[in-house]
Every structure is written in structure tokens, then in C-alpha cells.
Design a protein around this ligand. Structure first.
Ligand code: ACM
Ligand code: ZN
Length: 728
């Protein structure tokens, strides 16, 4: 019996079954726990130095019909073992098979980044997250505490950090923010330490520092007052590298952080630091001259080295994102690779340690349509290109929960169940891992998590699709597909797709602008199974009521993943090819020539293929309806996502004509959606109660042309995105 036969996530490295069972009811007291060869300097449960990778976390669990015996060489090993025992007890069934588990982590660094700056996470959310990290044998909480949009750490002597930097004024005028007092930080550190999790603080520098600069403008190159950021992105105002005050401030902050956090490692960010201000700053240029540096990239490197020297003088070690490689690595720095694994490879080849968390596998702020659980499960922090020796520098990996679009109430849905796959990637050796076997354990495990009150989100959206209006048949054609890697991974298992078309009345909880993870969908009622070889479905025009097509993948008869929903509507302009004054960008063609009249609606993901994107230009579309047509309403939906430089049009004008020469303007419609709203928005512009006849319809959505002056793209062309012109 393989280790994966046990109801454990992560799966243990080895399992030797023997005859018989232990009845859970017979385990009256806790398992017998024993510490072996304990070195004298073994840390105690709290306040001790628990350093990832430096502690032997292995344990051995013997299960007999009489009871369990847990042994380990360290307290953290014992603790990992108790979590195994807990999972065995929590699993379904009255008994546990007898045998011996010998277990140890594949990586010494098994982490999660929690961004408490973009959204402030309350203490109980952090503690619940720590509980779950512990349950899944993680050992690092990477606590992202400072950002452009908020500073979350109280620091003695700097009252404006908590008075000013901790708060931002939202688009609707409300004040948003918060901070952790030193006492609260100590509480979190102790809570994590009891669970043998090290809290590694991240204090961002030299970039992502607008909040601190808003409190202390003298820390920036310009020295001018500015506001704590409300937008997401990368901002030009950064700490001045030529100003000694900057270093006094940062050393004070880091000194306090080192007082609060016993972690050997301190993360200093280092990512996404624009050099615009440094280029124009006499003090920064003076520094470049004084230190004989070759430009601003070396200035960044000099900045990081100086901070590292300070940390090293206090016996701490610096971690930075892979940008710290630019301009030369600080002597003992550890690199966290996020732009792929190149940073980790470069660091390891230079003899530096690395933590691996590429966007492709580890960015859990991406929804499951972008990063599904199978993709997470393929994560291997050891880059193939490295030699065995170089691979010794790979400490492990982290899943990153950036919180721009994750308020605390959505955090669990983004973390679960994908974190269970990450737990296994970081703990269980590759040879012991198999996705189908993992899935078999995942189903009951998710039940346990849900029973414990965890708000588990979707794991995967396995069915992809392309849909368009088919001119020849006059129908909407949906082509469904399954990720070939998923099919490969599930070889030998029964896969089938089942679909159902249903009206919006039957799916009252469904709103197209909802995020996949928020969707409330009716149970997918079965129609005939749609076998994987027959993936083209026609969507007949006559069936006006069928607005939504829901497709669910089943594996061995069990629903797998989130159903895919295609939303469409039948209307008078369906299948009419619009005449466009400006063509959409080739990057966002919106489904081709019929895109704006194919009956299909886009989702909150503007890259879903249904949105037509116009860069710097208006959307200006003329439709011939094919004869004088009675019209009651015309509408069009636009998308706004400020981070992607996509804004609602300032106005939408609707016109009609009988001959295509003389036009009558029906309305010019504005909107009241703030451009600076931080969330993504889909907005419908409508003119109705028309009662007129026309042969032609024209819709003009006015592009703002340039990003607004408060926006990181100020002065550069912005976009309008539309999915469908609907005529009824
Ligand atoms: C990062 O995602 N900017 C590290
Ligand atoms: Zn400067």
C-alpha cells in the first residue's frame, strides 16, 4: 500500500502497513509521544529560534491495534507528527490501519505570503490561516506588512506611520486601513511559534513605499506631500537613495522589526522599483558619483547591500525578490524568485540560496481559470537546469496571496483547496506524488475542512471553450475542450462532460460579473453525457430562454472542479457583422468579425476572448439590421479595470438611421462609476422604451483617450473594452 493510501495531505514519505486496525474509539488518551536524541539546545515551544530548514522535522509514527507511538528528534518534528495524527483522527471512518509512517519534509522552507497591506487582515483571520498552515505542515508565514497602499507596523518614534501611512482614502471617500500594534505582532509571532511556524516580516524597500512617504515626505527624492495610494500597481515615488534620512528611518524600522520577529531572515522586498525619481534627483546622482556606481540599477544594488550590511551586523539574513539580482547581488542575500524560476537559477549558480514562488504555480491571488490545482500540483521548486549541488541552494517555495482583490472574507476561498496541493509539493518527494491519487485524498479532505468551517473555494475550472456565431448555420457554436495535461494526468480514469442549457430564471444566483469563486450556481442537471470526442455544441437561436450553458466535468462519476458557464443572449443584432471605424487590437479581437454581435457575454476576466479592446480609440460600430426593424432598446456593456488601463467610456451615444446616411441621435449616456474604483466593473449602457423602426444602428463609446493624471499610466493611451451590442 502506497503512502498515498492514507487520508493525509501532504502524503507522508513512507508507509509500511501491517495487519490490523486501530479503532479510533480505543485511542482513549493521546498518542504516546517521545523525543529522541534531543539536543540540549532544543528550542522550547515559544520564543525560541525555529528556523526553517535548520531543524530536523522528521518523525516516526507507529500505529498498532493498541495505540500510536510518535517519536522525533526535535519538537518541531513531534509537532508535525501530531498533525498527522490529527488528520488521521479527523478522516472519515472508525479505524486507522496499522503500520509505520516515516516522514520528513522535502523542503525546509514551506511558506505562504500573506499580503496584509492591500487589504488589512484581522488578527483572527491570520490566526486561522496559521492553524491551517500548521495542519498542512507549512513552516513559514511571510508577512507582507508595508506597501504603497498601507503601512501596517507600529514603530516607536514614528507616529505618523500609524496616523497617516496606515490609512488610505478610498474612491468613495471612506478611510480604509489599520495596523498591528507591537503587542499584536508579538501575539502572532508567538501563536505561529507554538505551531512551529516562523513569521518572516517583509518591509518593502526601496519601492512600494508610497504609504511611508505619505507620512514622511522627506524620505522621497522630491520631498513633496503625497497621498497613501488607492490604486494597485507600481509607483514612481520611492525612497531616496541619496538621502541619509532614508537609511536612518529604515534602520529604525528594521531594528524594531528585529525586536519583534526572532526570524533569522528579514525580507526587504526589492521588487518593482522604478528609477525615474532617482534619475532626476541630485542627491541620488551624487550618491552614484560618490560610490562610483554605473547608473540607477547599481544604485538599487548599493541600496540593498547597505541594508544587508546592517542586517548582518545584527546577525540576520536578507531575503529579496529576484530584482535584487540586478546590478549585482548583496553578498549573503537569499533570492525569492517570482518572475519564473530564472532568479532562483541565477542565485543558485552564484552560490546563493533561493526560495521559489513563480507566478505560474504560486500566485494564489490569480483565480482558478488562470492557476488551477493541477497546475499547482505540478510545481517542483527545484529547477531542472540546476546541478545537484546548485539545487542544495533551493530552500523551498511559497504560495503568494497578494490581496489587491482579496478582502479577508475571500481569503479562504483563494487559499483552499489549492494550498493542499502546494503543501504536498513542498513536503512530499516527487516520486511519491501522483495527481489522481492526490485527488482521491482531496475529496474527503475537503469534506473535513468544510466540516471545520473552512470556506473552501474552487479547485479548477477544467473545461475551456471557444464560442462564436456561426454564419452558415445561424447558431451559436460552443467548442468545449479539456486541458490535455489534465486528460494525460487522469489517464485510465473515466472522464465525461455533462452540459445543460438553462435560463437566467432557473439560475437566479448567477451574475456574469461575479468571480468564479463567488458563483452560486444551481445544481447541474444531467443531460446526456457529452463524451470528450464530441465537443461541439450548437446553441439554437429558437431556444430564446437558454441564456446560460453550464458544463461540468465528471471524473469517475464525481463532479470535478467548477462548472464552466457560457452566457449568451438572442437578440435582433445577433449575427450582424458590425462595420467598425477603428478595429479592435489584435490582442483583444473579442471573437472576430461578429464579436460584438455574437450573442456572447464576457466575464470579469477581460482576457476571456469575448471582450473587444480598443486602444486610444473610440468604439464606433454601425450595424445593418437587414431591413426596417421595430426596436425597443439598444444596449452595450463595457468593462473597467484601472490596473489594466481599461476605463469605461466617458459617454455612449446611440444613433439610428433608415438609409445609413441620415442619422438620428437617440441619447448620449454617461455613467457615475468612479474611474478610480479599485475593483473591476462591468457596466451596461442602455437606451430603452424606444418604439421606433430603423434599418441601421450606430453605437459610439468615447474613449477617455489618455489615462487620468492620478493613474500610473497618466498621459498614455487607455482602452475601452466592450463585449456585445444588444438590440431588442
Ligand atoms: C511581486 O509579485 N511583485 C513580488
Ligand atoms: Zn533621490
Amino acid at each position: 500500500m502506497a503512502p498515498s493510501a492514507l487520508p493525509l495531505i501532504p502524503a507522508p514519505q513512507s508507509w509500511q502497513p501491517s495487519a490490523g486496525f486501530l479503532l479510533k474509539a480505543d485511542l482513549e488518551s493521546s498518542p504516546l509521544v517521545q523525543l529522541l536524541d534531543a539536543p540540549d539546545d532544543l528550542p522550547s515551544a515559544t520564543g525560541e529560534i525555529i528556523q526553517p530548514g535548520l531543524v530536523d522535522e522528521s518523525y516516526r509514527l507507529v500505529i498498532s491495534s493498541e495505540g500510536m507511538q510518535l517519536t522525533a528528534h526535535s519538537r518541531s518534528g513531534l509537532f508535525r507528527g501530531t498533525q498527522t495524527v490529527q488528520q488521521l483522527l479527523d478522516a472519515e471512518g472508525d479505524s486507522i490501519p496499522c503500520g509505520v509512517i516515516e516522514d520528513y519534509p522535502g523542503f525546509g522552507w514551506r511558506g505562504m505570503l500573506m499580503d496584509c497591506a492591500r487589504h488589512f487582515m484581522p488578527m483572527d483571520v491570520i490566526k486561522e490561516t496559521i492553524d491551517q498552515l500548521a495542519y498542512h505542515k507549512f513552516n513559514v508565514l511571510h508577512w507582507h506588512l508595508t506597501e504603497d497602499q498601507g503601512w501596517r507596523l507600529e514603530v516607536p518614534g514614528y507616529p505618523r506611520l500609524t496616523e497617516v501611512a496606515a490609512w488610505r482614502t478610498q474612491w468613495d471617500g471612506t478611510r480604509y486601513g489599520g495596523y498591528y500594534t507591537s503587542e499584536e505582532v508579538r501575539e502572532i509571532v508567538a501563536y505561529a511559534a507554538e505551531r512551529f511556524i516562523t513569521v518572516v516580516p517583509e518591509i518593502e524597500l526601496p519601492g512600494h513605499s508610497v504609504a511611508a512617504i505619505a507620512a514622511y515626505p522627506e524620505l522621497s527624492c522630491k520631498g513633496l506631500p503625497l497621498e497613501v495610494e488607492t490604486q494597485w500597481g507600481v509607483f514612481k515615488d520611492v525612497y531616496c537613495a541619496g538621502n541619509e534620512q532614508t537609511f536612518k528611518f529604515l534602520e529604525d524600522v528594521l531594528t524594531h522589526a528585529m525586536d519583534l520577529f526572532p526570524s533569522l531572515y528579514i525580507h526587504i522586498g526589492g521588487d518593482e522599483c522604478p528609477k525615474d525619481r532617482w534619475r532626476a534627483c541630485p542627491k541620488c546622482q551624487q550618491r552614484i558619483a560618490d560610490e562610483s556606481l554605473d547608473g540607477e540599477h547599481e544604485l538599487q544594488s548599493w541600496f540593498i547591500r547597505r541594508i544587508e550590511k546592517f542586517l548582518m551586523s545584527k546577525n540576520r539574513r536578507l531575503i529579496g525578490w529576484d530584482e535584487i539580482l540586478e546590478g549585482g547581488l548583496a553578498p549573503a542575500a537569499t533570492v525569492q524568485s517570482w518572475r519564473g524560476v530564472r532568479g532562483a537559477i541565477a542565485a543558485a549558480r552564484q552560490g546563493h540560496d533561493a526560495i521559489v514562488s513563480p507566478t505560474s504555480h504560486c500566485y494564489f491571488d490569480y483565480d482558478v481559470a488562470t492557476l488551477d490545482i493541477r497546475q499547482v500540483y505540478t510545481f517542483n521548486p527545484r529547477p531542472e537546469k540546476l546541478s545537484e549541488e546548485e539545487n542544495n541552494h533551493i530552500l523551498g517555495g511559497e504560495m503568494n496571496l497578494w490581496s489587491e482583490y482579496i478582502p479577508p472574507e475571500r481569503l479562504p476561498k483563494m487559499v483552499f483547496p489549492r494550498m493542499t496541493a502546494m503543501a504536498e509539493c513542498l513536503w512530499t518527494d516527487n516520486e511519491q506524488r501522483s495527481f489522481p491519487e492526490f485527488l482521491e485524498r482531496l475529496h474527503p479532505h475537503v469534506k473535513v475542512l468544510k466540516a471545520a468551517g473552512v470556506n473552501v473555494g474552487p479547485a479548477d475550472q477544467p473545461v475551456n471553450y471557444k464560442a462564436d456565431f456561426d454564419e452558415d448555420s445561424g447558431t451559436t457554436v460552443v467548442k468545449l475542450g479539456l486541458d490535455s495535461k489534465l486528460v494525460e494526468a487522469m489517464e485510465g480514469h473515466d472522464l465525461d462532460l455533462r452540459q445543460r442549457a438553462l435560463s437566467r430564471d432557473e439560475a437566479p444566483g448567477y451574475r456574469p460579473d461575479l468571480r468564479v469563486e463567488d458563483m452560486v450556481l444551481p445544481l447541474v442537471r444531467m443531460s446526456d453525457p457529452l463524451v470528450a470526442e464530441n465537443l461541439v455544441m450548437q446553441w439554437p437561436d429558437s431556444d430564446v430562454k437558454a441564456d446560460l450553458m453550464v458544463v461540468q466535468l465528471f471524473m469517475d462519476g464525481v463532479a470535478y472542479g467548477t462548472p464552466t458557464v457560457v452566457e449568451r443572449s438572442n437578440h435582433l443584432a445577433l449575427g450582424r457583422q458590425p462595420d467598425l471605424k477603428h478595429q479592435p487590437s489584435s490582442r483583444y479581437p473579442g471573437g472576430g468579425p461578429f464579436g460584438l454581435c455574437n450573442g456572447l457575454f464576457g466575464t470579469r476576466n477581460y482576457r476571456d476572448g469575448f471582450w473587444s479592446g480598443f486602444e486610444g480609440n473610440d468604439l464606433d460600430a454601425t450595424l445593418a439590421l437587414g431591413g426596417e426593424t421595430q426596436i425597443n432598446s439598444i444596449s452595450i456593456r463595457f468593462y473597467q479595470g484601472a490596473t489594466a488601463w481599461v476605463f469605461l467610456p466617458s459617454t455612449v451615444e446611440f444613433q439610428v438611421s433608415s438609409d445609413g446616411i441620415e442619422w438620428k441621435s437617440l441619447a448620449v449616456i454617461g455613467h457615475e462609476v468612479p474611474l478610480s474604483i479599485q475593483d473591476r466593473v462591468i457596466h451596461d449602457f442602455v437606451v430603452d422604451d424606444l418604439s421606433l423602426t430603423a434599418n441601421y444602428v450606430r453605437v459610439i463609446g468615447k474613449n477617455l483617450a489618455m489615462c487620468p493624471d492620478w493613474h500610473p499610466g497618466a498621459g498614455k493611451p487607455c482602452w475601452v473594452f466592450a463585449d456585445e451590442i444588444v438590440v431588442r
